[in-house]
Structures are given as C-alpha cells and as structure tokens.
Design a protein around this ligand. Structure first.
Ligand code: FAD
Length: 258
C-alpha cells in the first residue's frame, strides 16, 4: 500500500521528528511505500493567495474559490500544489502528523490544506442542486482512502476528557477529522494522541512507539469513525440537518457519529 505522511514540525530532533522517523521505518518494514511531505523542510508556502496559479493577470480581482477552480480545471495551479494533489491521488492512506498548537494544527499544515484542497479537487465535486449538495462527507475525490491523525499535546489526557477543561479531544479534532478528512471522502481512523509531552523519557517513548506501531500495523484493519454520510438518507435535503427521528435528544459534534 502507498502511505503519504504529512509532517508539520520545524525541528527534526523533536518528539514529532522521532515519531515520524519511527512511523516511516515501521510502515516500510511492513512492505508499504511511504512518501513524506515534511512541510517545514520543504519550506511550504502556507498562505493561499493570487500567486497560487501561473496564469493570473496582475490586475485581476483575486477570488480564492473561483481562481482555485479555474487553475485546477486549466492545469495552471502552482506546481507545489499539483505535486501534493498527485501524492494524495497516489496514496491509499494519509497520515497528518503534528503537535497541537492552540487547539489545532500548526499554521503551515492548515495552509497545506487550504492550498492543496482546490475547488474541483476537494470541494465543489459532484452534482449541486436542491436535491443533492455535491459529493462530500463520505464521498468525493478521496473516497476509498484511509486517513489518520498522529497528534502530540502538552496537556494531560484528563484535560481533554469528557469533562476536561480543554474540551473533549474528539470535539477539538472534529473540524479536522470530519471537516477536512471526511469531507472529501476519507475513511477516518481514530486518532493517535500523545498527551503530556513534557513528561517524556526513554521508557515512555518506547511504550508510545509500541502503541503507535500497533496502530500502523492495523492501518487497514482498524474500523473508521462511523461519521454519517451526507447522501445516504440521514440528513434532510436541502437543509442538511440530521433527520428529527435520528438521535432526537442529541446535538453537537457527536450527533454526526452513528
Ligand atoms: P518536544 O518538545 O520535541 O519533545 C517533548 C519531550 O519529548 C521532551 O522532553 C523531549 O526531550 C522528549 N523527546 C523527544 N524525542 C524523544 C525521543 N526520541 N526519545 C525520548 N524522548 C524524546 N499543548 C496543548 O495541549 N494544547 C495546545 O493548544 C497547545 N498549544 C501550543 C501552541 C504553541 C505555539 C506551542 C509551541 C505549544 C503548544 N502546546 C499545546 C504544547 C505542544 O502541543 C507540545 O509542546 C508539543 O506537542 C510537543 O511536541 P514536540 O514534538 O514539539 O516535542
């Protein structure tokens, strides 16, 4: 299988750097082919702007969505964007690996998503009408592929528990797992989260590698998070709200998990 690991940490000798090296070795040892997009090492351009297409007139009004679509359709995207899209087409599984920074991904990785997820590639795909709101949330260009997050966090596991002060980790990661990964079609596996990173020693690191290694070995066996697909009848169209008879007493992120 082909695995793309998108890595966002500025220091190769960091905990994240060690976990990346471990993951690549483990996956290759199991016979998988791995490509790494090491965003800081690549000096990835994080901002989406008018320079993202090669054929734009200097005086033209820049429209982030429509210009993205035009460049995608015409083959005039910036080559760094097209290269990452090719890697996504190539991959059977995609791993996003990052430290939790201000309750989300580092800006460089958010910029990778904003630029690589072009109109026509990751959104605006399929029929858009009153009867159907495109191929997304379970369908789309990246359907049939698996995705997983490897995240490190300074906070304790209890801080991210159901009643923890930071809010539940599943809620914090929902915009990434549901909004960024499930949206264009990925089957999203439960995340691998390392908490309390400042309390690390060789013994703990070794235990974390054992657990992570098992998750990587099970990449094709682990059941995905059962997010509800948009176009399978659970949502009223065109409001796209969950049907009133499904989980009637619940609301919020968890409602979108079957
Ligand atoms: P490092 O700092 O590189 O390492 C952590 C520890 O692991 C160190 O003690 C190091 O010596 C040890 N280590 C590294 N490699 C090995 C190895 N191979 N073997 C054994 N030990 C090793 N945390 C939150 O919980 N929520 C937030 O919202 C949040 N926001 C942040 C925002 C910013 C801007 C920053 C800078 C930090 C934030 N943090 C937050 C903390 C952050 O999540 C952690 O600092 C980060 O996850 C640690 O990962 P690292 O790769 O940088 O670890």
């Amino acid at each position: 299988m082909n695995v793309l690991l998108v890595h966002a940490h500025p220091e190769p000798r960091s905990l994240n750097g060690s976990l990346r090296d471990f993951s690549v070795k483990r996956l290759e040892k199991a016979g998988h082919v791995v490509q790494v997009s090491d965003l800081y090492a690549m000096q990835w351009k994080a901002t989406l702007d008018a320079d993202d297409s090669t054929d734009r007139r200097a005086d033209a009004h820049f429209d982030p969505s429509l210009d993205s679509r035009r460049a995608f359709d015409n083959g005039t995207q910036s080559p760094d964007i097209a290269r990452e899209q090719d890697k996504l087409r190539w991959a059977d599984a995609v791993i996003l690996q990052f430290p939790l920074w201000w309750f989300s991904m580092p800006a460089i990785l958010k910029g990778w998503v904003e630029r690589v997820y072009a109109y026509g590639f990751a959104y605006g795909v399929g029929e858009h009408s009153d009867a159907r709101w495109g191929d997304r949330y379970g369908e789309g260009m990246l359907a049939g592929k698996r995705a997983m997050l490897i995240v490190t966090a300074g906070g304790w596991e209890s801080h991210y528990g159901p009643r923890g002060i930071n809010g539940p980790i599943d809620d914090i990661l929902f915009p990434i797992q549901h909004g960024i990964l499930y949206y264009p079609g990925f089957d999203v596996l439960p995340p691998f989260v390392v908490y309390r990173t400042s309390r690390m020693d060789e013994a703990r690191f070794s235990g974390i590698c054992d657990a992570l290694g098992q998750r990587l070995d099970d990449l094709w066996k682990t059941a995905p998070i059962p997010f509800r697909p948009q176009n399978a009848g659970a949502y009223d169209i065109p409001e796209l709200t969950l049907r009133p008879d499904i989980a009637p007493d619940r609301s919020g992120f968890a409602t979108h998990i079957a």
